[in-house]
Every structure is written in structure tokens, then in C-alpha cells.
Design a protein around this ligand. Structure first.
Ligand code: UDP
Ligand code: MG
Length: 314
């Protein structure tokens, strides 16, 4: 019988975690009674520096409910880092960990399937959304665009898989060897290898509270995903630069010929236009290079992903 830890990052989730712990707790007891998981299985709630009462609730649950544990990060480190903190804490105690959102958007009724796939010898089991009906058309569109771009950039991603997944202890230990600071877990997963399986589920609406991923965070997450896994933008710049050089050369020849044949009009517009254009391209190139240099800067410093403030385990 396996010990499963349910790792849940929570950021300002006071409105939802009570219900989440109740529903998930029921599920766990059911699984324990049927002998699917061991009595040492736990819900591990990671407080990602919430500003509301989230930690008070977690600490209260941890002291009063036998199967709940909590980890408090010293400040808000972001979803991916909170998840990593939870997985790294869980790996010393569990046989496998299932990561999920605090808002019950990930359907908990498929948990037995995750465990079955794990028992069949899969080290990573991906939860994959069957449809995106609960999303706004905008989120659906941007998500599809994102997967397409990532594919074009040569990044292997599992479509419609977010962070609802089971990882065996061995897979988490492998993950701990990835030292990168710009963390994009779902991009790292395929790099871990091992035998994997998929479980399909319906994603529900967030039942209370607001999304902690506003558009700004979503865009920065997507950009992180691209620039952390692909050097295609760097190469693209070289390509654009090359094409622009060829075009400028043609324009130069054209201007020269016009001058020699005597019908050159001092073209203010074309000169100003090209100055702006070239300037723009250069700035763009510098910007993309800067993105990568910024990443190198962060990696070189090798700062910790998170700092744990308090841990309540049992
Ligand atoms: N989250 C976190 N730190 C953050 C932002 C989000 O730990 O800085 C957690 C949040 O509490 C939730 C999960 O990450 O459990 C996913 O966030 P959310 O449900 O808001 O994202 P969405 O489902 O809207 O994409
Ligand atoms: Mg959510």
C-alpha cells in the first residue's frame, strides 16, 4: 500500500481551503478504507506568503486534523516555487505526490485512476483536461496559441496539462536535480523521462475566490516558458537581422541607381522610415538578448527557490 501526499499551493485562498480540505479529506478516507492508499497519506498545504488568513487556517487544520500538514513559505514565491517546496518536503515521506490547485478546479474523482496508473509502474501521471468549457473564450484562445508557439519553438509540452499530476518519489528526486531558477515545471516533466501515463478529467469552475493568475502573470508565465526552454527567439533575431540587411542593401542599390540616373528626390520619408525601422529591429534584438542575459544573471546567482518559515508535519 502506498503513501500518497497531496501537495496544494495556496495563495490567499481563505475562501476555498476549508472546503477543499473537507472534500479531499473525504476522498482520502474513502481511499484508505478501500485499501488503495496507506493511513500515512497526507494533504500538504503550502502557504505561499498569503496576506489573508490562509496560514492561520492551515496551521489550525494541521494541529486538529490528523491527515493535514502545512508548510509556510517566508514570502510569496509564486505558484511554481510553492509547488516545488511542497514536493521537496513531501518526497522524504511519501511514495508518490499528487499536485493540485487549492480551488478544486482539478476533479478529485479521478484520483483513484492516478493511483492505479502509478501502481502499474508509471512514475509520472499527467492529468489532462478533456475540454476547456469552463474557461472563457479568451483563456481558451490564448492557451491554444501558447501550446502552438511552444511547439513551434521546439519545446515539448503535454497539451492541456497544467499542474495536476502524480509524481513518484523517484520522479521527484529526479526533479530535484534540475537546478534552474526560472522554474516552468510542466516543461521540465517530459525531460525527466521514465514511464508516464495520462488521466483525463473535466476541469471545473473555481468554486470561490478569484484566479490568482491575472493576465499579467499569465503572460509572464508564458514568456518564462518560452525563454527558459527555447533559444529559437535568439536565432530568429539573427534571421531577421539578416533579412533586414539584404533589404537595406537592395534599397541602397536602388537609391544609387536613382541618383546616377538623375531622378533622385531627397526622400525624407524613406530615410526617416528606415532609421526608425532599423532602430526598432535593433531594440527588439537587444530586448530579446536582454531577456536571456537576465535569465543567465538569475541562474548564475543560484538563489534559493523558496525559504521555508514553518513546517508542521506528523
Ligand atoms: N498560487 C500560489 N502562488 C501564487 C499564485 C497562485 O501558490 O503566487 C496557487 C493558488 O493558490 C492555486 C494555484 O496556485 O492553488 C493556481 O492558481 P489559480 O487557481 O488562481 O490559477 P488558475 O486556475 O486561474 O489558472
Ligand atoms: Mg485555479
Amino acid at each position: 500500500m502506498h503513501t500518497i501526499y497531496f501537495v496544494i499551493p495556496c495563495y490567499n485562498e481563505e475562501e476555498v481551503i476549508t472546503e477543499t480540505v473537507r472534500q479531499l479529506g473525504e476522498k482520502i478516507r474513502e481511499l484508505e478504507d478501500s485499501g488503495a492508499i496507506s493511513k500515512d497519506s497526507r494533504i500538504l498545504l503550502v502557504d505561499d506568503g498569503s496576506r489573508d488568513r490562509t496560514w492561520e487556517l492551515i496551521s489550525d487544520f494541521s494541529h486538529n486534523i490528523p491527515y493535514v500538514c502545512g508548510v509556510k513559505l517566508s514570502r510569496n514565491c509564486g505558484h511554481q516555487n510553492a509547488l516545488l517546496a511542497g514536493l521537496m518536503t513531501a518526497k522524504d515521506y511519501c511514495d508518490a505526490a499528487i499536485s493540485m490547485d487549492a480551488d478544486l478546479q482539478d476533479d478529485i474523482s479521478v484520483i483513484p485512476e492516478f493511483i492505479e496508473r502509478f501502481e502499474e509502474g508509471n512514475e509520472i501521471v499527467y492529468g489532462i483536461r478533456k475540454s476547456r468549457a469552463s474557461d472563457t473564450a479568451f483563456k481558451r484562445g490564448t492557451a491554444h496559441g501558447f501550446y502552438r508557439i511552444m511547439k513551434a519553438m521546439g519545446v515539448e509540452l503535454i497539451s492541456d496539462h497544467a499542474d495536476y499530476r502524480l509524481m513518484s518519489k523517484r520522479a521527484i528526486e529526479a526533479l530535484s536535480q534540475f537546478k534552474e531558477v526560472n522554474l516552468f515545471l510542466r516543461g521540465i516533466m517530459p525531460l525527466i523521462g521514465f514511464k508516464t501515463a495520462n488521466v483525463y478529467y473535466e476541469r471545473h469552475e473555481r468554486f470561490a475566490g478569484k484566479s490568482k493568475y491575472p493576465l499579467k502573470k499569465m503572460i509572464s508565465f508564458a514568456l518564462d516558458g518560452i525563454t527558459s526552454f527555447s533559444t529559437v527567439p535568439l536565432k530568429l533575431i539573427g534571421g531577421i537581422g539578416f533579412v533586414v540587411c539584404i533589404i537595406s542593401l537592395c534599397a541602397l542599390i536602388y537609391a544609387l541607381v536613382s541618383k546616377l540616373t538623375g531622378n533622385a528626390h531627397a526622400g525624407w520619408a524613406s530615410i526617416v522610415g528606415s532609421i526608425w525601422f532599423i532602430g526598432g529591429i535593433q531594440l527588439l534584438s537587444a530586448g530579446v538578448c536582454g531577456e536571456y542575459i537576465g535569465k543567465i544573471y538569475k541562474e548564475v546567482k543560484a538563489r534559493p527557490h523558496y525559504i521555508i518559515d514553518t513546517t508542521i508535519l506528523k
